[in-house]
Design a protein around this ligand. Sequence first.
Ligand SMILES: *Cc1c(COP(=O)(O)O)cnc(C)c1O
Length: 395
Amino acid sequence: MTQAFLTHISATLRALDAEGLMKHERAIQGPQAARVLVGGRQMLNLCSNNYLGLADDPRLIAAAKAAMDSHGYGMASVRFICGTQDLHQMLERRLAAFLGTDDALLFAACFDANGAVFEPLLGEEDAVISDSLNHASIIDGIRLCKARRFRFANTDMDDLHRQLQSARDGGARFILVVSDGVFSMDGSFANLADLTRLAADFGALTMVDDCHATGFIGPQGRGTAARAGVKVDLMTGTFGKALGGALGGYVAGPQAVIDLLRQRARPYLFSNALPPAVVGAALAALEVVEGADDLRAQLASNAAYWRAGLQGLGFDLLPGSHPIVPVMIGDAPLAQTFAKALDARGVMVSAFFFPVVPRGQARIRTQMTAALTREDLDFGLAAFAAAGRETGVLA
Ligand SMILES: *Cc1c(COP(=O)(O)O)cnc(C)c1O
């Protein structure tokens, strides 16, 4: 590698650091959980997607071990050559039954599922209309397809109507409206009742990415469409959040669509099959989740308690009910100072700032899980109060 190139890369890194935009990893010693060990210190974890607390659940760990014993460690193949086991097919059927779709197709991650789904289904005669706050993987997936691209302002149904009209006026053959079910930076929900009604008015298809919903939102955790009492045409999701938190993604939908994705989706065709341990534990996760009304109730009660507690202390929150509770700080360096002050008090959070969220809207995104106890939350609230006063976030 030439010195000139390395100098150029180092300059980019220094610029990131100078702007206060550098991300640093913390190494957790031990399993993901409500309380984790970091550098020998016990920390209260308020920033994982471990919504139902299943990341260290003994039932999932036992299922992973059993699947490894019965089906081995790795597949050493893509699905269609010799990488499909009975376990993969069971999981696809189980997932489709859980989500109420004809079929489902597994991917290595939801990032891959979103990267895979658009290109085989839409051509240049078609249009895709995407919410402005959709996940990066949806944006990338749309870039990979030839359909005309339209964007509507976050959950703005008047704007969606305008974009549907322009797509139709532009002569689009098929129109697909795509939205996150939950917007992860804000903890807000897509307006799926109106979105599906508008799409139907225009004969458009609908797709929802339910990564921050599957397992804990809606009846039996079936997601945001179930919560809104509507049907969407395609769903994508992950096993990397509430469903055990390991990895793996999927597309679920009508049989013909899944059949075509099996033939044409590039991340499916050209990337390895999920390992048996992950598939076995994912099957166990679905089993647990279907009967986990107690965990969902605990999660909802934690989220309500946490929100009310922060509000009572005088923090500026985005309104909502999702277990994602963003504490608005505004200034990016102040958000980082505040996160550090919380860290010093044994509370692990993450500050989000430009370009992940708009400039001037830096925030601490806190996330509730069912594994947090009342005692944990009171400890967290005391730390927020003290750190808030120390940094001037609280008057
Ligand atoms: C986390 C997330 C993804 C990516 O999921 P992985 O399985 O981790 O790749 C995609 N979309 C949304 C909305 C997400 O929150």
